[in-house]
Design a protein around this ligand. Sequence first.
Ligand code: 5AD
Ligand code: SF4
Length: 470
Amino acid sequence: MEMGTSIDIRLEKLVNPAGNLAAAAELPEHSGAPARGTFFLETFGCQMNQHDSEKVAGLLLARGYQQVKTPEAAGLILYNTCSIREKAAQKVFSRLGEYRGLKGEGKKIGLLGCVAQQEGEDIFSRAPWVSLVCGSASYRKLPELLAKVEAGELRVTGLDNDTDQTFETEMTRRDNPWRAYLTIIEGCDKSCAYCVVPFTRGPERSRDSSRILADLQQLAEFGYTEVQFLGQTVNSYADPSPRKLRFSELLLEAASVPGIRRIRFTTSHPRDFTPDIIAAMDSNQTICNHVHLPVQSGSTRVLRAMQRTYSRAEYLEKIAMVRGARRRTAITTDVIVGFPGETAADFDDTLSLMDEVRYDGVFSFKYSPRPNTPASSMADAIPEEEKSRRLVLLQEKQRLIQAKTLQSLENEIFEVHVDGKSKKENCWYGHSSCNRVVSLTSTAENLLGAYVQARVTGSTANSLLGEHII
Ligand code: 5AD
Ligand code: SF4
């Protein structure tokens, strides 16, 4: 069978000096005495954060550190943190609290990511057992900051936020052997009234297209066939190199790298979602037919208050553009309920938008006020119970929409990139190009990493069931 052999080659290739086969490399168990040169890294938050952690881990491995599975076994404990909503930020402080005694044992504790950037040096007063506080805009300085921590400095910080530089690493310890992430743009220049990201991740910085394409080529050589471009506003990409590639041109060049079978990208901002992106998707099937296009609200009034830079009608024009594509493209979104001043009529607008668009997936959140953001001082906060009520209504509506869509796909054929084996015998799962989860039955011996055709035989609330067509 075609894929059996290519998987073997792939694993061999992935165990390479660049350390890119993280998933297959077993991490040592807790070994008793805390060792110097070992690190434990826990990550909260979005895919950008997950991928930053892969880069940080690569950097540490290149410095001769060994990664361990528990904080107990580690000499250096790092938390890569998220502050998008209050709950996420609280989780970090409770985790830090659990380890207050560890500094006495000679361990070093460092805080990375969005909470680190947001709270800055205050972390040291709140948790004096922390010795490193570093936001993502300063990761390129991590080698020198780590050297200071290693030398025993107590309060090391990387908190500059106003930079035009990106975080480049020689080595990335990738967690997923099937889908590799590749940052193409860091930071955010939008100013959504509710959002901490422009504060925590700094201004927009696009990576040189030649570097991105070289990374991609290397990933293909390591055996990756599916790569996801990452950015807070991925489609605002502006190539700083003389080639000045547009985002759509970058997608097309990426799609022509030999060995690459799927290119994904997330998250797109509606304002910068232009027809040339759809044209690129239509002209090259390697570019996945899925767009994550956060709407946040269906009410133009609320969108204005959120400073989202588009109206309901303008957003719907973007949706019409996607729907007008030759390839049927899945659309997913993010929605916030209970933004300050959101009336019952505003919320109804969001519900009606959901009926109109019929999304393939929705991530929905209760508005959570964040420090320094314009919305945090807005009047007319919505009571917590009302936010919860709206969230339930929205999720229930989406559940029905999604179930119907999935049911309507019965008998259709999807190409599935298999990335897991179910506990059930002869059962595998993976993703379609449109990013639907497909569980499929097959008599093949090993499908991991393979691309197979599956006929849809049924569905669950969130996924498709299918059978492998040989
Ligand atoms: N409260 C609730 N949800 C938020 N998001 C961003 N900031 C907030 C906030 N303050 C949501 C948005 C964004 C997703 C990543 O998180 O929907 O698209
Ligand atoms: Fe969380 Fe936003 Fe930071 Fe990602 S960028 S980790 S979602 S706060």
